[in-house]
Structures are given as structure tokens and as C-alpha cells.
Write a protein that binds this ligand. Structure first.
Ligand SMILES: [Zn+2]
Length: 321
């Protein structure tokens, strides 16, 4: 009968909202504490790129997701986080946010932090763009993200947290962001989920790296199927192994940081140099084949990369390791 069908439909529609509204079950992973991040004068954290990180305790983890939102996977990621009552930081790509504002709004509504990762995630990376084009990419991203998340943008991002695509920063851009009181987040560890692997392989890899480091800002991609597939198991395993999730929030005071161990070097700079060298070599080979003179080493296009029609859901030729 019609009314029965309508009651059933109403119950089905209400069920997810009701489930979200219920208190966290005791077995859920939950958030152990929140670190307030004051960004006055800038801040750069994440040992893969910078010689310091947040002062996380033993077994404390910050969850971060890059490159979204994506219709295929971000909803699944949010469901998994919600089920375990944990909060994450989403470094969203502006044009993806612009295309899928309902997912960005859902991130905000469910208590996550919407942070920034440029407008178009340029494949060449900001390091190979002119400073002005790179700044425009960043500012356009802030605007698109805030409009998607909150309906308005003021010129200064509501959450002053930024991550460079491929971690390809420059001293000039870091100084420019610092002058605008924007914190730059690197990562302490990652899942290498830009590589194709099964969810099980990725889970094993992340857990092994965590067991070695015992703490850190973890980089994942909410655009990756394998990451969405393994996240529920990862969160369960973290709970069982005694890990604690730490949430971040914009705040007034600079957070405590811990310095890198002695002998630290930037892993991302080493990888970026390798990737750029390979790209230059490939370009030179192509030019030689076509009979054109090879581009001089280090040359790069000066302007903004042409906009691609599809939102780019994958990282640039970045961390291949
Ligand atoms: Zn990225």
C-alpha cells in the first residue's frame, strides 16, 4: 500500500541521519585530543619535508586526506570516519570542491577540517611555475574551497592550513604563506596510495610504517578506491593496537613542535629532484627523436598550466616511493 511504502521510504531516508546522531559506541576509536594550531607568522610541519613536526605523543596519529572530494570514494571515507567517531583534515583541491560542494559541506558538518591544496593540483607542481602563477593557484583554491564549504569566501581562508601538491614547495612561497599566517603541512608518513595496490597490501604497508614510527601526521588520499576500501580495517586495527587519533583545529597559539632527529634531510626534496631529472631526460629524448633541440636542464613553462576539463583526482608525479 502507498502509505506503507512511504513510511518505509521515510525510515530508510531517516536512518543514516539517526545513526550519525547517536553517541559514539564505547568500542569506537574516537578522538583522544585536539591540538589547536595558531598560525601567526606561519608554521611548517611534517618530517618528510620539514625539520620538525607536531609534538605528538607515542601512538598519536593525525589523519589527513588529500586531493578530494570525489564522488566515488569520499562518501565511503566519511562513513568509515563517522563509524569510528574520528576527525580528519581534508586538503581539498579547489576545482573538485567547486564541482562537489555537497561533499565539502558534509566534511564540515561532520566535524572535519577543510584545508587547502591549490585549485587545480598542477601536474608540473608549484615549484616549476612562476611565483605569480603559483600564488594565483593557491588563492583560487582558498576561494573555491571556502565557497564550497561555507558559501562565501573572504580572500583569507577560514582555515589557514595548506599542503603543497607533491610537497613541491619553494622558500619564496613558504615565506609568502607565512606572511599571510598560513600553516604549511607536510606529512610524517604516508601509505604510498598513489601507487596501485590492493587494499590489503596498503593496509599492511601503513601498519608496518606506523609500527616503525609510532606516531605522526599520516597522508592518505580520499580519492583512492583502495584507501576507501581499507580504511575501516585500518581504524579497527589502530584501536586494537592502542593508537590514538588527534584532531587539529585552527587556534590562537602556535602548537608545540618536536624537532627532527639529528642528521635529518628532506625525503621529499630528494624524490622531487629524481622525478624532475627523469622528466627532463625523457623530454630531451623526445626532442632528440623529433629533431628539435632539447630543452635546457631546469627550464620550465612560466605560466599557469592549462586548465584540464576533468577534476584531477590523482597526485602529480610526486612521491613515487
Ligand atoms: Zn595532492
Amino acid at each position: 500500500m502507498a502509505w506503507q511504502a512511504s513510511v518505509v521510504a521515510s525510515v530508510l531516508l531517516l536512518a543514516p541521519a539517526a545513526a550519525l546522531a547517536t553517541a559514539c559506541p564505547p568500542e569506537a576509536l574516537g578522538v583522544a585530543r585536539t591540538i589547536e594550531i595558531g598560525t601567526q607568522g606561519g608554521l611548517q610541519v611534517g618530517l618528510k619535508t620539514y625539520p620538525r613536526s607536531l609534538a605528538l605523543g607515542d601512538h598519536e596519529i593525525v589523519l589527513t586526506f588529500d586531493d578530494g572530494p570525489s564522488t566515488q570514494t569520499t562518501g565511503k571515507i566519511l562513513n568509515a570516519l563517522s563509524k569510528e567517531c574520528v576527525k580528519a583534515v581534508f586538503f581539498v583541491v579547489g576545482r573538485n570542491a567547486e564541482a562537489l560542494p555537497f561533499l565539502v559541506k558534509r566534511e564540515v558538518a561532520e566535524g572535519h577540517i577543510v584545508a587547502h591544496h591549490t585549485f587545480s593540483h598542477p601536474a608540473e607542481t608549484l615549484r616549476q611555475m612562476s611565483e605569480q602563477a603559483a600564488q594565483e593557484e593557491i588563492l583560487k583554491g582558498f576561494d573555491a574551497d571556502d565557497k564550497a564549504a561555507y558559501g562565501t569566501a573572504s580572500g583569507a581562508p577560514k582555515v589557514p592550513f595548506f599542503r603543497f601538491p607533491g610537497f613541491a614547495d619553494t622558500p619564496q612561497l613558504v615565506a609568502w604563506l607565512s606572511a599571510r599566517n598560513i600553516a604549511v603541512f607536510g606529512a610524517d608518513l604516508w601509505a604510498s596510495d598513489w601507487l596501485n595496490m590492493t587494499a590489503d597490501t596498503e593496509l599492511g604497508l601503513v601498519l608496518a610504517r606506523l609500527e616503525r614510527e609510532k606516531r605522526g601526521i599520516l597522508l592518505l588520499h580520499d580519492t583512492k578506491q583502495q584507501t576507501a576500501a581499507m580504511l575501516p580495517a585500518l581504524l579497527r586495527e589502530l584501536k586494537q593496537r592502542g593508537y590514538k587519533i588527534v584532531a587539529l583545529a585552527p587556534g590562537e597559539n602556535p602548537p608545540p613542535t618536536r624537532p627532527a632527529p639529528e642528521g635529518w634531510t628532506s625525503e621529499t626534496d630528494r624524490i622531487i629532484a629524481e622525478v624532475f631529472a627523469k622528466e627532463r631526460a625523457a623530454k630531451a629524448r623526445r626532442s632528440a627523436v623529433e629533431g628539435a633541440p632539447p630543452a635546457p636542464p631546469g627550464s620550465s613553462p612560466g605560466g599557469t598550466a592549462p586548465a584540464q576539463s576533468e577534476p584531477q583526482a590523482t597526485p602529480p608525479p610526486d612521491m613515487r616511493k
